[in-house]
Write a protein of this length. Structure first.
Length: 103
């Protein structure tokens, strides 16, 4: 199967950030996030482990009170229930693939 961004379901859209669900199966969800310059997702918690793969640009990921700079080609891991959030502090778009894994 091929899953295309243009065919995905918008699951988050606010303040210059848009999240599109690409695929969901076996308890895992794959979401593409695009942040315009200055956009952010506030710190929040989820009961799931999450991987973030930065596919374009650079930004800052907040995990459990720590700010982690991230650039294209890097992947970050976030454990279940850990507070997390993202901010694009660059002047170009930031794109992140989010992989939510069920326990």
């Amino acid at each position: 199967m091929i899953y295309r961004l243009k065919d995905g379901e918008t699951v988050y859209e606010t303040g210059g950030c848009r999240g599109v669900k690409l695929y969901e199966a076996a308890g895992n969800e794959y979401v593409h996030l695009r942040f315009e310059p200055g956009a952010e997702i506030p710190v929040h918690s989820l009961p799931l482990a999450v991987s973030f793969y930065v596919s374009k640009g650079r930004g800052t990921c907040h995990v459990s009170g720590t700010e982690i700079p991230a650039v294209a080609g890097e992947m970050l891991e976030c454990p279940p229930d850990a507070p997390r959030g993202w901010r694009n502090d660059s002047n170009t778009p930031l794109e992140v693939l989010v992989i939510k894994r069920s326990p």
